[in-house]
Ligand binder design. Structure first.
Ligand code: THU
Length: 131
């Protein structure tokens, strides 16, 4: 792993500490690196209605977009699982639409990491090219 991954994972790990997950107790942190070099982070934020819960990955992407960023080259996801936690289907769609075929690093709290490309995680995607 290159040092850039270490930076992104460390940011996601710190963001995870802010997770609001009283219903699942499953805490997730995420980070995205924008073309500008800025790193944006997110954590999962649950809601008593359950359905309004938002995942860490979407929080990170939406924070970046809301700050005027466009173009991303890497995403990190951190959770406390032995089998590394991948983005859910909804987050894969959002990451594809806003970040394209970026590299995704999955990591846990014990230092395990793997990388995937978005095109591996979301093959044959629907996006604005169909509209
Ligand atoms: N969650 C994420 O934040 N990201 C993922 O990649 C998987 C799931 C959150 C949503 C919910 O708050 C909790 O984890 C359990 O599904």
């Amino acid at each position: 792993m290159t040092p850039v991954w270490e930076t992104l994972v460390a940011a996601a790990r710190t963001a995870r500490e802010h997770a609001h997950a009283p219903f699942s107790n499953f805490r997730v942190g995420a980070s995205v690196r924008a073309a500008s070099g800025r790193i944006f982070t997110g954590c999962n934020i649950e809601n008593a209605t359950y359905g309004l819960t938002i995942c860490a990955e979407r929080v990170a992407v939406f924070k970046a977009i809301s700050e005027g960023e466009h173009g991303f080259d890497a995403v990190a996801v951190v959770a406390d699982t032995d089998i590394l936690t991948p983005p859910c289907g909804a987050c894969r769609q959002i990451i594809w639409e806003f970040c394209g075929d970026v590299e995704i690093v999955l990591a846990n709290l014990n230092g395990r990491m793997t990388t995937h490309r978005m095109s591996q995680l979301l093959p044959h995607p629907f996006d604005s090219s169909f509209l």
